[in-house]
Write a protein that binds this ligand. Structure first.
Ligand code: ZN
Length: 539
């Protein structure tokens, strides 16, 4: 193989990273220690440089590298040497037609690069093609697979019209894509093509250590794994450098990638795990899989019926709430300053009713559908504990805040035009007006639209002040993420990965319902409720 040059310090890639400033982490403790904090966002130091671009090479680059991806699948990874010889032959044929560095860069295995070469050196088309044929780099099967895509770069590489793929082409494409995804060595060999081309053109420079490693690549089995990693890293860095020099360097490649994935989505269907794994069931296409379907496969208990270990939970919760209410009734009620007791018992009752209802439906015994129960329980606990530490007028403020909201909702409903109102609509407005506890003549009800009844103080702030911040962080925070449809929660609960490798691993909505039935989770609700209904706290 050509000429390896070592020149530490003169590497473009290194130059590029030398210019990057690494901000110093200013978050010193807690779960995000080591991050760079700015306002309310925390970024890892590397992300804070602003140059980090997490690339998705499969999505953006694999289509452009489809030719070597297909060839190595058909001929085996070791046959990459044919590309290396092809590079040499093309470089020799085109000597003097363009800058050696430019020619070398265009022979990196990318289709878009071949077009870039042909645009500047028209005779390159014939040379590239002839040299590839000589070395068996355009076998029938690969040419057919390539020709099954419209609008691809370097269409001239194969002598045939675009023809939609048959099963044979689809199978080869799927095999090739899966092959390179599963085989880090094959990926590295493909990503090494740009290095081999530059080496043969005499335009490659890197550190002595890297030269040492790459000279024996991929033949030396002892250093192969290490070299694979170095090659993949260099490839990413090289990409960063090219982008740094020209923001549009990969524009054509990405345009083509969009066509590639779009074409795949039209020629092949999504594949779900359950379709792949088990066809013992005759499921209707597109039908939702309910927990009972899962049950008949032995995955979970029957729907509606609680798992045996959790069967007692609902009764337990009802007993807790009942004895709480009875205890209240047995003790002398505070009828003059009634607000503390009203608010306290009201909040406990609200949470208890939620828990009892949820315990009657084991499908809800899971994070996906039960997050609101956790939120309600923790919220009530924080409210009560925080209010207990304030001036007792806080309970009146709590009720007044709610009354103000009822007034606001009534007024918003009142915006609806006369003809659009159904008969029960007036009733609903009347109810809300009553709940606003306003004077019918004298409008004195204040509407506070801040986040909470406590001058807008957040629940987190309250938790901090009353010693429940850990409960807030560990139970409420994440449950809120679920309730607010944060992406991680949607991803884990409602989506699944399409198993069609030609679809590049996108996420599709899951058709399996959560079977719930998590007895530990349901028990923890009852435990929380027990805290709230313990009589000493009710006082
Ligand atoms: Zn799909």
């Amino acid at each position: 193989m050509g000429e390896w040059r070592s020149s530490p310090g003169s590497v473009g890639v290194k130059r590029y990273f030398d210019r990057v400033k690494f901000p110093r982490p200013n978050e010193k403790s807690g779960p995000l220690a080591g991050h760079v904090k700015k306002g309310r966002t925390y970024r890892p130091a590397l992300a804070a440089t602003g140059v980090l671009r997490i690339g998705d090479w499969v999505r953006d680059d694999l289509p452009d590298l489809l030719w070597p991806v297909l060839i190595l699948s058909e001929l085996g990874t070791a046959e990459a040497v044919r590309f290396v010889r092809w590079q040499k032959a093309v470089q020799d044929d085109l000597t003097g037609k363009a800058e050696p560095r430019f020619i070398a860069e265009c022979l990196d295995g990318r289709l878009a690069s071949l077009d870039r070469l042909a645009a500047q050196v028209p005779e390159a088309r014939a040379v590239v093609k002839a040299r590839a044929k000589e070395r068996g780099l355009l076998p029938e099967s690969v040419a057919n697979a390539l020709a099954s895509y419209p609008l691809r770069p370097a269409e001239w590489l194969v002598d045939r019209e675009m023809t939609p793929p048959g099963q044979e082409e689809i199978d080869l494409l799927a095999r090739a894509v899966l092959g390179v995804l599963k085989d880090g060595h094959r990926e590295a060999v493909i990503k090494c093509l740009h290095i081999w081309s530059a080496v043969q053109a005499g335009t490659f420079t890197t550190s002595a250590e890297t030269v040492e490693l790459l000279q024996r690549y991929p033949a030396d089995p002892r250093t192969r794994a290490k070299a694979d990693s170095v090659v993949r890293a260099l490839w990413g860095a090289q990409k960063g450098l090219l982008l740094h020099e020209n923001k549009r360097h990969f524009a054509d490649a990405i345009k083509w990638a969009k066509v590639f994935w779009g074409a795949n989505s039209m020629t092949t269907r999504c594949m779900r795990r359950r379709e792949v794994e088990a066809d013992e069931h005759d499921r209707k296409e597109g039908a939702m899989e309910t927990p009972s379907d899962a049950t008949s496969r032995g995955d979970a208990a029957a729907p509606g019926a609680p798992p045996e270990r959790g069967a007692h939970l609902r009764q337990l919760a009802m007993d807790l709430l009942t004895s709480y209410v009875e205890a209240l009734e047995m003790s002398p009620a505070r009828l003059y300053d009634r607000e503390p007791q009203e608010v306290h018992s009201g909040l406990v009752a609200r949470a208890g009713r939620d828990v009892i209802t949820a315990l009657g439906a084991p499908d809800l015994w899971c994070m996906e559908h039960g997050a609101h129960i956790i939120r309600a329980l923790v919220e009530v606990r924080i409210y009560l504990q925080w209010m207990a530490q304030q001036d007792p007028s806080i309970y009146r403020a709590f009720q007044a805040y709610g009354a103000g909201k009822a007034k606001l909702y009534a007024q918003i409903m009142d915006e609806l035009s006369e003809e659009a109102r159904r008969p029960d609509f007036e009733e609903a407005i009347k109810d809300l007006k009553k709940l606003s506890r306003n004077d019918e003549v004298l409008d004195y009800r204040v509407v506070d639209t801040r986040d909470s009844f406590a001058d807008g103080k957040s629940i987190r702030e309250m938790a901090k002040e009353c010693g429940l911040i850990d409960l807030y962080r560990q139970a409420y925070y994440m449950a809120s993420g679920v309730a607010h449809s944060e992406w991680w929660s949607i991803e884990t609960h409602a989506m699944e990965r399409c198993l069609n490798v030609l679809h590049g691993g996108h996420l599709i909505p899951s058709l399996s319902l959560n079977s719930g039935g998590n007895v530990e989770l349901a028990s923890s609700w009852v435990d929380q409720l027990e805290e709230g209904t313990s009589t000493d706290e009710a006082e």
